[in-house]
Design a protein around this ligand. Structure first.
Ligand code: FES
Ligand SMILES: [Fe+2]
Length: 410
């Protein structure tokens, strides 16, 4: 991979973070507040890497259409009549108008609102009413395709680079860690969208920051203690840790409320896994359910759309429980995770305000290696992403692997 340069000011500001954690400083506030930096980041991180765009479940049926805004780019996801998924730039081939403005289902075609050029869901141009267009021209004038589309863990990932390397090349050992979780077969229960006054990176960092649990989530901290979080980290463009063993607390996520994934090893059936897949999707995996936080940076610095999705393991409904009761249990679980996320949003927006204050003072924050290794890892993925490379594992700390060894022991 060619290593890309950063502008001089950013190069100097990046250097203190791209060190071993014992010497490293927290990523400089300019990376969260500087408008000139934003453009570079959107081009390099979201323009040159695989990023998460949606759940496969959001496009489960032929005719489903979803519009995804990422930075200044608008992208249309479709599922065509042959059940194939597609991603196109949301720009008409006539004069360039935006073709779709909202999500839809049951669509037969995509019609541009300006002069009614119509496209099939596979992107090909169908008609240019009232004029007839020769067939050869129609074949050339389909919607422009986003070069890379792959799915992993029930999530649609896109890549805007021509001929991208396969997604799995960047995931390292993560697919192996998830092999007994049937993430492609989950049932989506509910989604909630947030508009957050914070940079997308702060949302990702907040997810991997288990150190804030006591201060931000007092109710959660009673059964998810900071020191019960163990690394579950191999090589790859992700951050991973677990809480194990899980303790039932009389809450909506207790183990007796739902059936677990069917093929888990005993220790997996009693652990919660947390993975942030770089750059923009965080996945929490309980033995019976999964919730994800998918962040998409907006055009504006410091504003991010976040989508929280709760999915249930296949067959999560217990045999003795009616469908209505099962739905109530799922709703209670959704309330539980959204309440925690609401607390996180307050913390993230407060952090954005603090960083905006700090920027002019040219100050870096400090890491506590025991708790901040996931944030350090994420920030180094950001820096390597800006350089067009992957994380340098040699600079990352050697982490305890006691959980991994227990999983491998069966
Ligand atoms: S710009 Fe789309 S039909 Fe004219
Ligand atoms: Fe939190």
């Amino acid at each position: 991979m060619d290593v890309l340069q950063l502008p001089d000011r950013l190069e100097a500001l990046a250097r203190p973070t791209a060190q071993r954690i014992e010497q490293a400083k927290v990523l400089h506030p300019a990376f969260y507040t500087d408008q000139t930096y934003v453009q570079l980041e959107r081009e390099r991180i979201f323009g040159m890497n695989w990023f998460a765009a949606a759940h496969v479940h959001e496009l489960s049926k032929p005719g489903d259409v979803k519009v995804v805004e990422v930075g200044t780019k608008s992208i249309i996801l479709t599922r065509d009549k042959n059940h194939k998924l597609h991603a196109f730039y949301n720009t008409c081939r006539h004069r360039g108008a935006r073709v779709c403005s909202t999500n839809a289902s049951g669509c037969k075609q995509l019609v541009c609102p300006y002069h009614w050029w119509a496209y099939r869901l596979d992107g090909s141009l169908k008609s240019t009413p009232p004029a007839a267009v020769p067939k050869e021209r129609k074949e050339e004038l389909g919607l422009l395709r986003v070069p890379g589309l792959e799915t992993f863990a029930g999530i649609i990932f896109l890549n805007q680079t021509p001929n991208p390397t396969p997604l799995r090349d960047s995931l390292g050992d993560l697919p192996a860690k998830l092999q007994r979780y049937d993430l492609d077969d989950m049932e989506m229960h509910a989604q909630k969208t947030y508009d957050i006054a914070g940079d997308w990176k702060l949302i990702c960092e907040n997810f991997v920051d288990f150190y804030h649990i006591d201060a931000v989530h007092p109710a959660l901290s009673r059964f998810s203690r900071v020191d019960d979080h163990l690394p579950y980290q191999g090589g790859g463009q992700y951050v991973g840790f677990v809480t194990s063993p899980l303790t039932d607390c009389g809450g909506p996520g207790d183990s007796d409320k739902f059936n677990a994934f069917g093929r888990l090893r005993p220790i997996e059936s009693n652990s919660a896994l947390f993975f942030h897949i770089f750059p923009n999707v965080s996945v929490t995996i309980y033995p019976h359910s999964v919730y994800t936080l998918l962040t998409l940076p907006s055009k504006t610095q410091g504003r991010t759309e976040e989508q929280l999705t709760l999915l249930m393991a296949p067959g999560a409904r217990r045999e003795e429980v009616s469908q209505d009761e099962h739905m109530e249990r799922c709703n209670a679980l959704m309330d539980f995770v959204t309440n925690i996320n609401d607390e996180d949003v307050v913390a993230i927006e407060n952090l954005q305000v603090g960083l905006t204050n700090l920027d002019s003072q040219g100050m870096h924050g400090e890491f506590l290696p025991k708790y901040d290794w996931p944030v350090h890892r994420f920030q180094n993925m950001v820096l390597s992403g800006l350089r067009g490379t992957r994380i340098d594992e040699d600079v990352m700390p050697k982490l305890p692997d006691s959980f991994e060894r227990k999983v491998l022991a069966g």
